[in-house]
Design a protein around this ligand. Structure first.
Ligand SMILES: Nc1ncnc2c1ncn2[C@@H]1O[C@H](COP(=O)(O)OP(=O)(O)OP(=O)(O)O)[C@@H](O)[C@H]1O
Ligand SMILES: [Mg+2]
Length: 444
């Protein structure tokens, strides 16, 4: 595996298993809590029913006793009346009177006991109902307020994940379906984090492949560029060899042999190989303050070798007052190169030497804009709508992958900017990239 691949793979570090393990409190699912609440209400109701039954039994017992006393009272009265009518002896009349008084006393005592029972029973049942309902109400209040707080925490966590937070959330002090949901959210955040890192790696690999493809497509231009210095050096070397073969001494300062010219040509060759090796180098993801104008200048210098730009006027119009942009210069170079190559493809069908591409930068509120305009074929509405779709291309197989514009958009978004395009068939295209001044990496 190459060093770059190893560096890239090291970015996909597995999440430590220890981070997942956490002692869970005793489990009490929400469903069981609901059942417990219903059970509590049922127990309270049963207590009240039992108390009511006991109360009813006791009151009825006293009322039955009062009823029996009434019956005995009536019999005793009847007996006394018979005794009086028969004018019986005084002792039996006295006994009957005593019996009547005793029955009357019993009756009054039972009535008093019933009264007290009704009062006492009512108070006891009211107390049971009040205490039970208050306890159940307090428990329900505690339960629902804790539930609401924890649901709020889970909601906040979900929103945090949505805005790019991939850390673990606050552990909930509960062990039910809600804590399962919170754990699932944590796992979702971890999975998203891993997926994003994988995607980032894939994106970098695609960018690198795009760069290599650009180097490949420039091969002809590079050969043409290096052909001239090689021919000059070759000519000088041949002249020198011929002079040596003829025994001719090369006098210092001889007009036909100038070592400075060789040095000039070799430094041209070195500059070309340096530019190309820089472009082909592995992606450097270093955020730093960069000059958009320098990015454009570097891109245009590299595009000198691009055969598709032969005979096309590439006109830079750079605003010298641009603020610095915080970004990865290498990626911004790729954006400019992709957009200019697209413009070059669009002007390819025009008559020779009429293609024109303008690369302009200027200040805008809060940042800077880069506009790349061409007078090429332009886009139909259908193409314009799908232009940023990955793998969408109108070019022949092997001529376009449909990754250029999606890559540009992903890089621009990563830099906190925006990209849009203005195009109509036959009217050319203008791609506008807006970048904020000095912004850092954006959450994607
Ligand atoms: N300047 C432009 N003028 C006209 N059409 C354009 C222009 N830029 C892009 N397009 C259209 O948008 C499509 C998608 O562009 P994109 O750069 O994503 O892919 P591509 O150029 O086809 O392939 P790749 O860039 O991967 O080699 C192109 O196929 C082309 O139809
Ligand atoms: Mg393209």
């Amino acid at each position: 595996m190459s060093t770059t691949a190893q560096q890239l793979d090291s970015l996909v570090a597995p999440v430590p298993a220890a981070a997942r393990a956490r002692p869970a409190p005793r489990r009490l699912p929400l469903r069981a809590t609901g059942l417990l609440a219903i059970l509590g209400v049922m127990v309270l109701a049963m207590l009240l029913v039992a108390a009511a039954l006991v109360f009813r039994g006791a009151v009825r017992g006293h009322l039955d006793a009062v009823e029996q006393a009434d019956a005995r009272w009536a019999t005793a009265l009847q007996l006394r009346a018979q005794e009086t009518a028969a004018a019986g002896d005084g002792a039996r009349l006295r006994d009957a009177d005593q019996e009547l008084r005793r029955i009357g006393g019993d009756r009054a005592a039972h009535l008093e006991a019933s009264r007290q029972l009704i009062d006492g029973g009512t108070v006891v049942m009211a107390c049971i109902a009040w205490l039970g309902i208050t306890c159940i109400g307090a428990l329900a209040l505690l339960f629902f307020s804790r539930l609401a707080t924890d649901i709020g925490a889970v909601r906040a966590r979900a929103l945090a994940i949505l805005t790019g937070d991939r850390g673990r959330g606050r552990a909930l002090e509960r062990n039910d379906e809600l804590s399962d949901l919170a754990r699932a959210l944590d796992e979702l955040a971890e999975a998203l984090d891993r997926r994003e890192r994988d995607l980032d790696i894939q994106r970098r690999q695609v960018m690198h492949q795009e760069k290599l493809a650009a180097v490949g497509s420039m091969a002809a231009g590079v050969l043409r560029e290096i052909g001239n210095p090689i021919a000059a050096i070759d000519g000088l070397a041949r002249a020198l060899a011929e002079a040596q073969r003829g025994g001719e001494a090369v006098a210092p300062g001889a007009a036909w042999f100038d070592p400075a010219q060789i040095l000039h040509e070799t430094s041209r060759l070195a500059a070309i190989t340096h530019e190309i090796s820089e472009l082909a180098a592995a992606p450097a993801a270093q955020w730093q303050l960069a000059s958009l104008n320098e990015v454009v200048a570097k891109s245009l210098a590299l595009l000198r070798y691009e055969p598709r730009l032969e005979g096309v006027a590439v006109v830079p119009a750079l605003d010298p007052q641009l603020p610095a942009v915080m970004g990865i210069a290498d990626r911004l170079v790729q954006v400019v190169m992709n957009l200019v190559v697209n413009a070059a493809d669009a002007v390819a069908a025009l008559p020779p030497r009429t293609g024109r591409i303008e690369v302009a930068t200027h200040r805008v509120d809060g940042g800077m804009a880069l506009c790349i305009s061409d007078n090429g074929s332009g886009m139909s509405e259908a193409v314009r709508e799908r232009a940023f779709e990955p793998l969408f291309t109108t070019k022949a197989a092997g001529c376009g992958t449909g990754l250029g514009l999606p890559l540009c958009r992903s890089v621009v978004h990563e830099h906190g900017g925006r990209i849009d395009l203005d195009s109509a068939p036959g009217q050319g295209t203008r791609v506008r990239v807006w970048l904020p001044a000095g912004a850092g990496p954006a959450v994607q």
